[in-house]
Unconditional design. Structure first.
Ligand code: GTB
Length: 217
């Protein structure tokens, strides 16, 4: 059964790989599964066919025949559960990998999304410059805690897992802020994730769709 995921027809990030389909592509590449991509426009995301797949009109989605999922975390979990390569076999180590998946999405990502909103959506507000340092400090607090736990280890808990895949993906969103570079071990951790051949394949595939096309003439 062909796996089909949805992705932006053209990501607003212009190919930086920050849209969440890259996380799903990366997970599929790590376990060696082939997949097809159905690009969707912002208009199509709001229409009935996509709404049937995703109640919040977003990407990515995942389909395998009649089976469909939305929510990146659930999709990565589903892939990891069925295919070797994204978490250990031993049950306690697997539970810890799942713990790190949740930590990435529900503890580390929210302040990072808040920072993205503050810099992209709120910068014209009269209170924006006053608020921004507070939002940046909330991100720094999380990064400091994460950096302390990671220490000099390569990955969060032994071998690379779906927890690392999601944590690296979440941290990548910070690159343009400069905050990641304040924590050398986290910057190196993200670079290690990006250097994985599976990430490289996922990144290259999304870039082929999202890179700005040279204008004709
Ligand atoms: N919790 C959901 C999940 O993890 O799957 C969140 C999904 C989500 O936010 N999807 C975004 C979307 O469909 C795309 S990834 N947005 C369209 C909409 O809501 O109308 C988020 C994203 C978008 C763009 C950039 N960028 O340009 O840098 C980065 C990340």
């Amino acid at each position: 059964m062909t796996i089909i995921i949805t992705a932006f027809e053209r990501s607003p990030d212009g190919g930086k790989g920050l849209a969440r389909d890259t996380r799903v592509r990366w997970a599929l590449e790590e376990v060696g599964l082939a997949y097809a991509v159905r690009p969707v426009s912002f208009q199509a995301m709001k229409e009935a066919a996509h709404l049937a797949l995703h109640p919040f009109c977003q990407i990515p989605t995942y389909e395998e025949g009649d089976f469909a999922l939305f929510e990146t975390g659930a999709i990565v979990f589903h892939i990891a559960e069925r295919h070797a390569g994204l978490w250990p076999f031993e049950s306690e180590a697997r539970a810890r990998a799942i713990m790190w998946m949740f930590a990435a999405l529900s503890t580390v990502e929210p302040p990072i999304l808040e920072l993205a909103n503050a810099t992209l959506l709120e910068r014209d507000k009269p209170w924006s410059q006053e608020r921004l340092p507070l939002v940046q400090d909330r991100v720094r607090d999380r990064l400091r805690q994460l950096a302390a736990r990671l220490g000099e280890a390569s990955w969060l808990d032994g071998a690379f897992s779906a927890g690392d895949l999601l944590m690296v993906s979440v941290l990548l969103r910070l690159r343009s802020s400069g905050l990641l570079d304040e924590f050398a071990n986290l910057a190196a951790y993200v670079a290690r994730g990006e250097a994985r051949p599976a990430y490289q394949r996922a990144f290259t595939a999304q870039l082929a769709i999202n890179a700005p096309k040279p204008s004709a003439g």
